[in-house]
Design a protein around this ligand. Sequence first.
Ligand code: F3S
Length: 774
Amino acid sequence: THAPLAEKDCSSITPPYAALLEKLAFVREVLDNRPLTLAEKILYSHLCNPAQSLSNGKKLVRGETYLQLSPERVAMQDASAQMALLQFMSAGLPRCAVPTSIHCDHLIQASQGAKDDLERSIESNKEVFDFLESAARKYGIEFWKPGSGIIHQIVLENYAAPGMLMLGTDSHTPNAGGLGMLAIGVGGADAVDAMTGTPWELKAPQVVGVHLTGKLTGWATPKDLILHLAGKLTVKGGTGRILEYFGPGVFNQSCTGLATVANMGAEVGATTSTFPYTPSMRAYLKATGRGPVARAADKALAEGFLAADEGAEYDEVIEINLSELEPTINGPFTPDLATPLSKFGQFVNEQGWKDELSASLIGSCTNSSYEDMTSVADLARQAKQAGLTAKVPFLCTPGSEQIRATMERDQVTNVLQDVGATVLANACGPCIGQWKRDDHKNEENAILTSFNRNFKSRNDGNRLTMNFLASPTIVTAMAFSGKLSFNPMTDSIPLPSGESFRFTPPLGQDLPASGFTAGETSYYPSPMPEPNPETQVVIKEDSQRLELLEPFPSHFERNERGLELPALTVLMRVRGKCTTDHISAAGPWLKYKGHLTNISENLLITAVNDEGGDVNVAFDPAHEPSQSESDTIPNVAKRFKSRSQPWALVVDENYGEGSAREHAALQPRFYGCAMILARSFARIHETNLKKQGVLPLWFLDKSDYSKIAAGDRLETFGLADLLSGVPDAQVRVRVTKGNGDVFEVATMHTMSPDQLMWLKTGSALNYIRSQMAS
Ligand code: F3S
């Protein structure tokens, strides 16, 4: 049926505003009633125990203090949920401590179109979906079946609420910030903290205020705002910081538009992004059946929550006048290479690239709102009237079953299909490399997507595919021209009649006039299911997809220097950009997410070795004479493991940029990595390393990076002091070169006392287990 959504029972999804406000009042007093940012209000109102955190004059300093927090909810996608659940299961609890949901979206491969793709993917991933479903049943987790949609879209439609704090095992979890909350992307081990009721630790982020004035007009969309900001801030600019938007420009945007902006805060490395509660959020909550949440939020706003205080101080303020923004195209290969649309043709020409588009893709968790889809349908209608169809493959991924069904009811899907669009399943598909693409194999080519991420090989596994990120309307307009240099704001498309056609700026509707419709409800879970302890979570003994986890032993040993790491051998020095996609590739490897032994075969296979410049090449210093000295990185790591030789990596700037993929920490750990020395780390990945018992150290002097080479021996000094709580203890690393030269490098670290315990016991999970046992 196409019935509009009815108002839901919202008791389990409404934040406990009264309790949050009470905690906030306590913290305000301790902070002498100084004005607070919205991000601070949400964080401080979720402190586990404010009285303890702030006792004995303890301070709360942004960028310094570690906060112990109680998130209200956890969401996991099917790829990361496997490892998170395997870890949760080993804690031995009967149920999750907070409401938790699982979303089947990453494992669905795009090929023919929605129906076939879904059926084939359900069949080929049956074992994993059965595992997730049975674990959900056992522990009382809401299970969103394959076909229900993309995690972030479903969270926005069903769970997100102003002022809430939630964790998600996916880096674009901040998408829910579009509803004025803090939603933070984490690895599975962090999610397990919340699921086991263990305080979740976060260093109080700095808060960057983004002051928006003016109004988006014409072709400029919220996507262009974040693409522009990514160009300004770069992929590292948000590290350790929350982006908090404020000013009149926030209040004239749709809720789903704000979600797009929050979604891509992940691309600048921000902890998360948020906005004050707006009338558009209220309207979106009501349209999605959550009127009771809106009414409770209205009251909380009136009581001083859900917006920054007058005079709140930000660590930095960025000014953006929305009226001046023009559409922007970012890429290739990095989301912060921003080029205004008016200069893009020239940019393509200067680079010597072919002026040819090979595919246009819209949708994904970033841009699949009703407003996005009705805007692109407006362009498709104009093109159809002019007799045009898409010149290149034009793929559309609805973000959820609710969006798909509403699009279908409102004739949006028809219009897109009429001009040649293929509608894919409600899932991640090409956005996460699940794209069975038959053309342009190993050829340089350019695609335009409305997605959020564009690292090499991300979409179709081809390193030569250049992915440019743009708004869905720009991506759509370009599909009708087929040229990268086409500027729909100024250029026309020649028609066979000899006339030419120019688009008028697209118009979309932020909410459907007849309300959203749920579509196929058999995909949905029953709300707040009770755990069923009788359920057997089956993992076949010979499974190639799932493997129970063995706890990692601690690396530490007591030697003459005290409790320190053993002598480590450097496996390689990694050059330049090394994202979690480089460390643990997705695409075909997604099928091994629950099998650590199998997935570890992809360790760093697209990383560049700084000694020689080759991809996926490492050198084994202790090779057998019969073996060649160089080998693939996973093979060398495996040999180290078989010799019980613990090892270290030396890496460049922003190591682990990109996603919350904890496999990027688990895999090196599995092969025996004990320490990573970096010029700098991306936040989520650094935490994931700590969680799995790998010591992340930062070079104090970044030039030391190039002094250390593969095969060098590293010894730590000062960890023993750090572990025994000596204030300001420093960790030094003594390097012994192959020729016997010895020198020391100074390092920095970001370890809290609890994180040191994770390291000492071998992993955060070992520590949780030891705490539960005691
Ligand atoms: Fe899915 Fe992440 Fe893309 S959730 S749609 S893969 S950004």
